[in-house]
Design a protein around this ligand. Structure first.
Ligand SMILES: [Zn+2]
Length: 223
Protein backbone atom coordinates (compact mmCIF):
# COMPACT_ATOMS: atom_id res chain seq x y z
CA UNK A 1 0.00 0.00 0.00
CA UNK A 2 1.44 3.46 -0.95
CA UNK A 3 1.84 6.16 1.69
CA UNK A 4 -1.00 8.06 0.03
CA UNK A 5 -3.31 5.03 0.13
CA UNK A 6 -2.38 4.40 3.78
CA UNK A 7 -3.25 8.00 4.66
CA UNK A 8 -6.54 7.72 2.83
CA UNK A 9 -7.36 4.48 4.64
CA UNK A 10 -6.49 6.10 7.97
CA UNK A 11 -8.70 9.13 7.21
CA UNK A 12 -11.53 6.82 6.18
CA UNK A 13 -11.18 4.79 9.37
CA UNK A 14 -11.14 7.97 11.48
CA UNK A 15 -14.23 9.33 9.71
CA UNK A 16 -16.01 6.03 10.17
CA UNK A 17 -15.11 5.95 13.87
CA UNK A 18 -16.42 9.51 14.33
CA UNK A 19 -19.49 9.21 12.15
CA UNK A 20 -20.81 5.74 12.78
CA UNK A 21 -21.94 6.04 16.38
CA UNK A 22 -23.83 9.28 15.62
CA UNK A 23 -25.34 7.76 12.50
CA UNK A 24 -26.36 4.65 14.40
CA UNK A 25 -28.17 6.79 17.00
CA UNK A 26 -29.93 9.21 14.66
CA UNK A 27 -32.74 7.23 12.98
CA UNK A 28 -34.43 6.12 16.16
CA UNK A 29 -33.62 7.81 19.47
CA UNK A 30 -34.09 5.71 22.59
CA UNK A 31 -37.51 7.26 23.18
CA UNK A 32 -38.62 6.73 19.56
CA UNK A 33 -40.33 9.25 17.30
CA UNK A 34 -44.02 8.70 16.94
CA UNK A 35 -46.33 10.57 14.60
CA UNK A 36 -50.04 10.67 15.31
CA UNK A 37 -52.83 11.29 12.81
CA UNK A 38 -54.57 14.62 13.53
CA UNK A 39 -58.10 15.67 12.53
CA UNK A 40 -59.65 19.12 12.84
CA UNK A 41 -63.32 19.02 13.89
CA UNK A 42 -65.48 21.89 12.72
CA UNK A 43 -68.38 23.07 14.92
CA UNK A 44 -71.14 20.49 15.21
CA UNK A 45 -73.81 19.06 17.45
CA UNK A 46 -74.91 15.65 18.68
CA UNK A 47 -78.63 15.26 19.34
CA UNK A 48 -80.68 13.17 21.71
CA UNK A 49 -83.56 11.21 20.16
CA UNK A 50 -86.03 13.61 21.83
CA UNK A 51 -84.31 16.75 20.52
CA UNK A 52 -84.00 15.19 17.04
CA UNK A 53 -87.77 14.64 17.01
CA UNK A 54 -88.44 18.20 18.25
CA UNK A 55 -86.17 19.74 15.60
CA UNK A 56 -86.91 17.51 12.60
CA UNK A 57 -90.31 16.00 13.38
CA UNK A 58 -91.43 12.78 15.08
CA UNK A 59 -90.06 9.63 13.46
CA UNK A 60 -87.25 11.46 11.63
CA UNK A 61 -84.04 9.45 11.36
CA UNK A 62 -80.62 10.93 10.57
CA UNK A 63 -79.25 10.70 7.01
CA UNK A 64 -75.59 9.73 6.82
CA UNK A 65 -73.48 12.04 4.63
CA UNK A 66 -69.90 11.01 5.51
CA UNK A 67 -68.23 8.57 7.91
CA UNK A 68 -65.86 10.05 10.52
CA UNK A 69 -62.52 8.78 11.83
CA UNK A 70 -64.08 7.08 14.85
CA UNK A 71 -65.88 3.85 13.88
CA UNK A 72 -69.67 4.19 13.89
CA UNK A 73 -69.63 8.01 13.96
CA UNK A 74 -70.90 9.95 10.95
CA UNK A 75 -71.67 13.45 9.71
CA UNK A 76 -75.30 13.88 8.65
CA UNK A 77 -77.08 15.72 5.88
CA UNK A 78 -79.06 17.45 8.64
CA UNK A 79 -78.00 20.83 10.00
CA UNK A 80 -79.55 23.00 12.72
CA UNK A 81 -79.32 26.70 13.47
CA UNK A 82 -77.68 27.73 16.73
CA UNK A 83 -79.14 31.03 17.90
CA UNK A 84 -76.98 33.19 20.18
CA UNK A 85 -77.41 36.68 21.64
CA UNK A 86 -75.31 38.25 18.85
CA UNK A 87 -76.05 36.05 15.88
CA UNK A 88 -76.60 32.56 14.61
CA UNK A 89 -74.60 29.81 12.91
CA UNK A 90 -75.43 26.64 11.04
CA UNK A 91 -74.26 23.45 12.79
CA UNK A 92 -73.70 20.06 11.20
CA UNK A 93 -75.45 17.24 13.07
CA UNK A 94 -73.27 14.21 13.84
CA UNK A 95 -74.77 10.78 14.35
CA UNK A 96 -75.78 8.47 15.83
CA UNK A 97 -78.07 10.06 18.44
CA UNK A 98 -76.80 10.25 22.03
CA UNK A 99 -78.28 10.22 25.52
CA UNK A 100 -77.90 14.01 25.74
CA UNK A 101 -77.54 16.70 23.08
CA UNK A 102 -74.15 18.39 22.88
CA UNK A 103 -72.93 21.43 20.93
CA UNK A 104 -69.21 21.86 20.20
CA UNK A 105 -67.95 25.27 19.04
CA UNK A 106 -64.56 26.95 18.78
CA UNK A 107 -63.80 29.78 21.22
CA UNK A 108 -63.93 32.25 18.30
CA UNK A 109 -67.43 31.11 17.33
CA UNK A 110 -68.69 31.22 20.93
CA UNK A 111 -67.36 34.77 21.33
CA UNK A 112 -68.76 35.92 17.96
CA UNK A 113 -72.22 34.62 18.93
CA UNK A 114 -72.04 36.38 22.32
CA UNK A 115 -72.36 33.11 24.23
CA UNK A 116 -70.12 34.20 27.12
CA UNK A 117 -67.75 31.87 28.88
CA UNK A 118 -68.05 28.35 27.50
CA UNK A 119 -66.17 25.65 29.43
CA UNK A 120 -63.57 23.35 27.89
CA UNK A 121 -64.80 19.79 28.34
CA UNK A 122 -64.31 16.30 27.06
CA UNK A 123 -67.23 15.05 25.00
CA UNK A 124 -70.01 13.78 27.26
CA UNK A 125 -68.81 15.64 30.42
CA UNK A 126 -71.70 18.09 30.36
CA UNK A 127 -72.56 18.71 34.02
CA UNK A 128 -72.77 22.41 34.76
CA UNK A 129 -72.31 23.47 31.13
CA UNK A 130 -74.46 26.27 29.66
CA UNK A 131 -77.42 25.66 27.38
CA UNK A 132 -78.17 27.10 23.97
CA UNK A 133 -81.07 27.49 21.57
CA UNK A 134 -81.27 25.30 18.44
CA UNK A 135 -83.71 25.69 15.55
CA UNK A 136 -84.60 22.97 13.06
CA UNK A 137 -87.08 22.73 10.19
CA UNK A 138 -89.84 21.40 12.47
CA UNK A 139 -89.27 23.29 15.70
CA UNK A 140 -86.75 24.60 18.19
CA UNK A 141 -85.28 23.42 21.49
CA UNK A 142 -83.69 25.30 24.37
CA UNK A 143 -80.97 22.99 25.64
CA UNK A 144 -80.51 23.41 29.38
CA UNK A 145 -76.87 22.35 29.11
CA UNK A 146 -74.50 20.79 26.60
CA UNK A 147 -72.56 23.73 25.12
CA UNK A 148 -68.79 23.10 25.24
CA UNK A 149 -65.43 23.89 23.70
CA UNK A 150 -64.04 20.41 23.04
CA UNK A 151 -60.97 19.57 25.06
CA UNK A 152 -58.19 18.38 22.75
CA UNK A 153 -57.85 14.64 22.98
CA UNK A 154 -56.31 11.56 21.45
CA UNK A 155 -58.52 8.57 20.65
CA UNK A 156 -56.55 5.33 20.96
CA UNK A 157 -57.42 1.64 20.80
CA UNK A 158 -55.72 -0.46 23.52
CA UNK A 159 -53.19 -1.86 21.01
CA UNK A 160 -52.14 1.67 19.95
CA UNK A 161 -51.89 2.76 23.59
CA UNK A 162 -49.60 -0.22 24.33
CA UNK A 163 -47.42 0.44 21.28
CA UNK A 164 -47.04 4.12 22.20
CA UNK A 165 -46.73 3.50 25.94
CA UNK A 166 -49.83 5.58 26.78
CA UNK A 167 -52.40 5.26 29.55
CA UNK A 168 -56.07 6.28 29.54
CA UNK A 169 -56.43 9.76 31.05
CA UNK A 170 -52.77 10.70 30.56
CA UNK A 171 -51.87 14.17 29.22
CA UNK A 172 -49.57 14.50 26.20
CA UNK A 173 -47.70 17.22 24.35
CA UNK A 174 -47.87 17.01 20.56
CA UNK A 175 -46.25 19.23 17.92
CA UNK A 176 -48.69 19.86 15.07
CA UNK A 177 -47.92 21.54 11.73
CA UNK A 178 -44.22 20.72 11.40
CA UNK A 179 -41.31 22.71 12.78
CA UNK A 180 -43.15 26.02 12.37
CA UNK A 181 -46.25 24.53 13.97
CA UNK A 182 -47.69 24.65 17.45
CA UNK A 183 -47.03 22.44 20.48
CA UNK A 184 -50.31 21.44 22.10
CA UNK A 185 -49.92 20.39 25.71
CA UNK A 186 -52.67 18.84 27.81
CA UNK A 187 -53.85 16.47 25.07
CA UNK A 188 -55.97 13.98 27.00
CA UNK A 189 -55.58 10.31 26.07
CA UNK A 190 -58.83 8.35 25.74
CA UNK A 191 -58.40 4.60 25.34
CA UNK A 192 -61.32 2.44 24.25
CA UNK A 193 -61.59 -0.71 22.10
CA UNK A 194 -64.03 1.14 19.80
CA UNK A 195 -61.51 3.93 19.02
CA UNK A 196 -59.18 4.46 16.10
CA UNK A 197 -55.92 6.37 16.68
CA UNK A 198 -56.65 10.06 15.99
CA UNK A 199 -55.91 13.37 17.71
CA UNK A 200 -58.87 15.75 17.63
CA UNK A 201 -58.46 19.53 17.54
CA UNK A 202 -61.06 22.25 16.98
CA UNK A 203 -60.83 24.81 14.17
CA UNK A 204 -59.16 27.50 16.33
CA UNK A 205 -56.42 25.02 17.23
CA UNK A 206 -56.06 23.80 13.64
CA UNK A 207 -55.88 27.37 12.33
CA UNK A 208 -53.20 28.28 14.88
CA UNK A 209 -51.03 25.46 13.50
CA UNK A 210 -51.99 26.40 9.89
CA UNK A 211 -53.50 22.99 9.19
CA UNK A 212 -56.83 22.13 7.68
CA UNK A 213 -58.72 18.85 7.78
CA UNK A 214 -56.14 16.14 8.34
CA UNK A 215 -52.47 16.37 9.34
CA UNK A 216 -50.01 14.62 11.60
CA UNK A 217 -48.47 15.49 14.93
CA UNK A 218 -45.17 14.52 16.57
CA UNK A 219 -45.60 13.01 20.02
CA UNK A 220 -43.13 14.83 22.27
CA UNK A 221 -41.29 13.02 25.06
CA UNK A 222 -42.27 13.74 28.64
CA UNK A 223 -40.03 16.31 30.33
ZN1 LIG B 1 -62.87 13.02 19.37
Amino acid sequence: MSAHATRLALVAALLAALALPAFARSPRPATGRHFLPVSVSARHCHLSAGDLAALFGAGHSLTQRKTLSQPGQFACEETVKLVGPRGSLELRVLGPTRKQSQVELSATEARTLGLGKVPVRLSGALEGTPGVKLEGPSGSVELESGLILARRHLHAAPKDARRLGLRNGQLLSVRVGGKDGVVYSGVKVRVDPSYKLDLHLDTDEGNAARIDGRARGLLLPKR
